[in-house]
Design a protein around this ligand. Structure first.
Ligand code: HEM
Length: 126
């Protein structure tokens, strides 16, 4: 994919996906911003009773997970309120692997299909 960007009214330059791979800090900043402003809730409807620890959640109930609050747990993200792009150094973004406990795009079969588009598009616009 090739794109043209305009730099504050100055010359245009071509940026390729390979160029973006050489600029990890941009991606870290975007992911860190998304970590701090992640969706409040992801919901799943329970179709069959499911056992979680000592509880059985009956079918028809809603299970909810909050990426927003998960991302503010200091156990998983030390100093969670701080904007620290360098925490993403540990992630393997070449393999499209996020940090453990990063859930902004959901997880599993129904996770956000726009995830990769969003990563590239934000780099180009940002
Ligand atoms: C920062 C940007 C974005 C965030 C944080 C985000 C987050 C999410 C989340 C949390 C879900 C629900 C996942 C789940 O239920 O497990 C979702 C679903 C979805 N997203 Fe995104 N999204 C983003 C950008 C995009 C973009 C750019 C597109 C399309 C180009 C997109 C298309 C969709 C679609 C179609 C679904 C529904 C998937 C389904 O129900 O099977 N998203 N997104």
């Amino acid at each position: 994919m090739k794109a043209r960007v305009k730099l504050a009214g100055r010359d245009k330059m071509k940026v390729s996906e390979d160029d973006l791979k050489k600029l990890p800090l941009i991606k870290w900043c975007i992911l860190e911003a998304i970590r701090l402003r992640a969706p409040g809730i992801i919901t799943r409807k329970v179709l069959k009773p499911v056992k979680i620890l000592n509880y059985t959640v009956p079918s028809g109930d809603l299970l909810m997970l909050s990426p927003f609050w998960l991302h503010r747990n200091p156990k998983y993200f030390p100093e969670p309120e701080l904007f620290k792009p360098e925490r993403w150094k540990k992630a393997n973004l070449e393999k499209h692997a996020f940090l453990d406990w990063f859930m902004a795009f959901g997880s599993g079969k129904y996770q956000c299909p726009g995830r990769e588009i969003q990563e590239t598009a934000f780099c180009l616009v940002g």
